[in-house]
Design a protein around this ligand. Structure first.
Ligand code: C2O
Ligand code: CU
Length: 463
């Protein structure tokens, strides 16, 4: 994925590696958080690289961290200073439908120069994020994303030990700046999406991250990449997993080898470094490479035992009275389009699709139709049985709800984790269940943003 030699060179030559500032957003006097989308620049490729032209929230990447308590009302005054319409989606929040931020479905896009007020309650604690949701394939890889952290009533970690790490895969040109020319390339649309060649942590190339010896930390990892699945191995740090997609476990879980973090997924780790010194934080694509340096220093905060974050009250699916919805994913290069033909799409339809930049389909349909994928009665359990008939992995995200992953390839999973985005590898079947209790029109789409743009996007109604 990265040119390792170039990466090491930049790591060792950089005069001063940036530490990670915590950019928590303060409220305006009237209680609103203020977010403005606009153009800006940042150095993504270390000190040696040039300035990339980005689109940013409040001039920074990531956008400032919004941190509130569970149950709080969040009001955001959003202003669009870009030259094109945009909107903000609050990823993973069981939100009032009108505030979900999906341009064209839950609100009109916010036009250049205009403002929009988001006003919603956050029912669940955990690690979430926000990002642009109008032509996301174009807006997110330019930098429109930021963390949204919801604390429970008795947050145990101090600011020094509660650390948000947004991991982002960028495609840089050979000048070390964001390659904007290939944004929207049909090759990316029809293959694995926009894969980058450079990874930043909180927008910084190979940052130093201060930790404290003999103290518990909570690391909140967010994958804000357009399409890159990251392989991370918490066991190499001696860390344990305590939450996925914001939903905390009953018990801290040891990882047995690498864990995949798909675009939009989050993973919270509990980590207690034994000794002072340096500890590399690695990701793997083929082989491990360092993405940040943990610098473990002497403790300054009190020692507290590890207690897991409080759980959220999510509605338990009732499998005995569920509506079953199939979700067949097909298309893409490497033989995937052939399946579309065999699934009843004619040669002609296929040609039209491709001319339209559509290479993927859910249930034989490329993109959102006039009719929803399904309609649920409020409170009804939905069991979605997905089958990935393509030769690529996908990361399927459901808006407005959390679901349980029940089965993979027909096998019941011992841990039926709550998620808002699930990975499915090629030719796999995955069964999920959720209670459709949030009224409105919601999206279900691949969070590989190029796939979403080229057909892997549908909607459903909870009436
Ligand atoms: Cu994170 Cu429809 O998005
Ligand atoms: Cu996909």
């Amino acid at each position: 994925m990265m040119d390792r030699r170039a990466f090491l060179k930049s790591a060792y030559c950089a005069a001063a590696l940036a530490a990670l500032p915590r950019l928590a957003l303060a409220r305006a006097p009237d209680g609103f958080f203020e977010l403005t989308a606009g153009t800006g620049q940042a150095r993504l490729y270390g000190e040696d690289g040039g300035l990339s032209d980005l689109w940013l929230y409040n001039g920074s990447f990531p956008g400032p961290e919004i941190r509130v308590k569970r149950g709080e009302r969040v009001r955001v005054r959003f202003t669009n200073e870009l030259d094109e319409p945009t909107s903000i989606h609050w990823h993973g929040i069981r939100i009032d439908n009108a505030m979900d931020g999906v341009a064209g479905l839950t609100q009109p896009a916010v036009q250049p120069g205009e403002s929009f007020e988001y006003d919603f309650e956050v029912p669940d604690a955990g690690t979430y994020w926000y990002h642009a949701h109008n032509m996301s394939w174009n807006q997110v890889p330019r930098g429109l994303a930021g963390p949204l952290i919801i604390e429970d009533e008795q947050e145990r970690f101090s600011p020094q030990t509660d650390i948000t790490l947004m991991l982002t895969d960028w495609r840089l040109s050979n000048k070390g700046v964001l390659d904007t020319e290939t944004i929207g390339s049909l090759h990316d649309f029809s293959h694995a999406g926009r894969l980058g060649n450079w990874l930043t942590v909180n927008g910084v190339s190979l940052p130093d991250i201060p930790l404290q010896a003999q103290r518990w930390h909570r690391l909140r990892l967010i994958n804000s990449s357009a399409s890159r699945i990251l392989d991370l191995d918490p066991s190499r740090l001696g860390a344990r997993i305590i939450a996925l997609d914001g939903q905390s476990f009953d018990e801290a879980r040891a990882a047995e080898g690498p864990v995949q973090l798909a675009p939009a997924q989050r993973m919270d780790l509990a980590l207690r470094p034994e000794n002072e010194g340096n500890m590399p934080f690695e990701a793997t694509t083929g082989r491990a490479f360092t993405v940040a340096n943990f610098k473990v220093g002497a403790p300054t905060v009190p020692d507290i035992p590890l207690t897991l974050p409080a759980k959220n009250a999510l509605p338990e699916p009732d499998l005995s009275a569920a509506q079953h919805v199939p979700l067949v994913m097909a298309g893409g290069a490497m033989g995937g389009m052939r399946f579309l033909l065999s699934s009843g799409i004619s040669q002609e339809e296929l040609r039209d699709m491709m001319q339209d930049g559509k290479f993927w389909a859910f249930n034989g349909q490329a993109g959102m139709g006039d009719n929803p994928l399904f309609t649920a009665k409020r409170g009804e359990t939905i069991v979605m049985e997905s089958r990935n008939e393509s030769n690529f992995p996908h990361a399927i995200h459901l808006h407005g709800h959390h679901f349980k992953i029940l089965e993979r390839d027909g096998e019941l999973l011992p841990e039926q984790d709550w998620r808002d985005t699930f990975i499915t590898t090629r030719q796999e079947t995955v069964k999920i269940a959720f209670v459709a209790d949030n009224p409105g029109k919601w999206l279900v789409h691949c969070h590989m943003l190029e796939h979403a743009a080229s057909g892997m996007m549908e909607w459903f109604i909870v009436a």
